[in-house]
Design a protein around this ligand. Structure first.
Ligand code: ADP
Ligand code: MG
Ligand code: MG
Ligand code: MG
Length: 417
């Protein structure tokens, strides 16, 4: 049900339509003839404009009533803009400095006006160009620990938590996309799937692999049933922007309550795919070896920073419904609290590996693939990179309970590469 007042913006109409809004004239000036709009959306779903004047610049993001990648044959509610807005204002509080500041939101027009990150680029671009970024892993590890802990019942009181779960529970269609495209479509010959033809035999093997299918569905059950925290929901390396000094996280329109390991797993899965894709971007054979090491180092560091910040928050900010300090520390049972923490971190670790594996498989077999692979022109070479990813992905999903530290996963990735 689209509001009759809803209208997609164009570069020609944008200044006239947003010109009367004070939040924008404060930033760009009231002389709208001075505003310059450019459409830059490269995502699958939405319109994104950069609007600049001699005074400042903003990003204007507007949802379309359908999936941009596919067209109006696949409708998608405008309300995802509302969920993105609500996720962004929560993330800004929980992980200050990592997400765009919001200047204006209009629910009927499904428009968010936000901070323009410049000269930042999408992290995938750097992962293809072989460019390193200082501080990337630390920011992402802190972002994950802070948003996942502070959005959970380890931190929130019961009334806030229930109200928030109810708010995001309405995001049915976007959840359905993840449930279908990530967890089900890859495991059979679904209509929207595609894969590199040279992978036919491997794909057939994976689709007949019932151990894999069952484990993928145990993970799907966790995704659907375990409303542990507010997730970003689409935390791949195309939702991360980087400059030489900063790392930022954008695009949480898929926000939902789900298991903590889902966000970290999707993120790490995308780094591992970028790792295996390097031969497809090397200037000459072998020139990306150091860069591959850097990627594995980033993954290792994200997990280290995540666990240490999560542990700090557990000790210092455990103010929510679970493992109350009144029951543990205040009774002289600090050691039991530490044991509970270790147990919870181990659960998150196993979920992270599983979701990373599922992400790698779906990005190779289902509808949405990754630029690191899609831009490899040579089919044979692309298939080779993708096959290595699938091998790690399958191992992560099926053997995650037997992988007890990052070093064992890193070793496995190196053996497969
Ligand atoms: P979608 O939901 O359609 O994927 P995104 O929010 O990912 O849309 O935005 C699409 C693109 O627009 C991003 O890949 C990025 O290049 C650009 N973009 C989005 N938000 C910002 C921002 N705050 N600052 C700079 N560029 C942005
Ligand atoms: Mg995006
Ligand atoms: Mg997208
Ligand atoms: Mg998006």
């Amino acid at each position: 049900n689209i509001d009759p007042d809803y209208q997609p913006l164009t570069t020609d109409t944008l200044a006239a339509r947003l010109g009367p809004i004070k939040a924008l004239t404060d930033l760009l000036g009231s002389d709208t003839s001075n505003w310059n709009s450019k459409e830059v959306g490269d995502g699958n779903l939405n319109l994104v404009f950069i609007v600049q004047s001699d005074q400042g610049s903003v990003i204007v993001k507007q949802a379309l009533p359908y999936v941009r990648l596919v067209g109006d044959s696949w409708p998608l509610p405008l309300k995802r803009s509302f969920f993105e807005y609500h996720a962004l204002i929560r993330q800004a509080k929980r992980a200050p400095g990592t997400v765009p500041e919001i200047y204006y939101f209009n629910e009927i027009q499904a428009i968010i006006v936000m901070e323009f990150f410049t000269p930042h680029v999408i992290l995938r671009q750097s992962l293809m160009a072989g460019k390193t970024h200082d501080g990337l892993a630390d920011t992402l590890g802190l972002y994950c620990a802070r948003t996942l802990f502070r959005g959970s019942d380890l931190s929130m009181d019961t009334a806030k938590r229930k109200a928030d779960v109810a708010l995001f529970a309405e995001s049915v269609e976007l959840c359905d996309i993840t449930e279908t495209l990530v967890f089900s479509d890859p495991y059979f010959d679904a209509e929207r799937n595609h894969h590199t033809p040279q992978l036919d035999a491997l794909v057939a093997t994976l689709r007949n692999d019932v151990d894999l299918k069952v484990e993928a569905h145990h993970l799907k059950a966790k995704f659907c049933n375990n409303a542990e925290t507010m997730l970003h929901g689409d935390l791949h390396t195309g939702s991360v922007m980087v400059s030489d000094t900063e790392t930022k996280v954008i695009d949480p329109e898929f926000a939902l309550y789900g298991p903590m390991g889902f966000d970290i797993g999707m993120l790490l899965g995308n780094f591992w795919m970028a790792y295996f894709a390097q031969p497809g971007h090397a200037e000459a054979p072998g020139t990306r070896a150091d860069y591959q090491d850097w990627i594995l180092g980033v993954v290792d560091r994200i997990w280290t920073v995540f666990t240490s910040e999560f542990s700090r928050l557990w000790r210092e900010e455990r103010t929510g419904i679970l493992y109350e300090k009144t029951l543990f520390e205040d009774q002289g049972h600090a050691l039991a609290s530490e044991q509970a923490l270790a147990h919870r971190l181990n659960d998150i670790w196993q979920d992270t590996l599983g979701f990373a594996g599922v992400e790698i498989i779906r990005r190779t077999l289902s509808l949405a693939h990754i630029a690191e692979n899609e831009t490899i022109k040579n089919d044979e070479l692309r298939a080779d990179c993708e096959a290595r990813g699938l091998k790690l992905g399958r191992a992560l999903v099926v053997n995650r309970a037997r992988m007890n530290c990052m070093a064992s996963v890193t070793d496995l990735a190196r053996v497969i590469a």
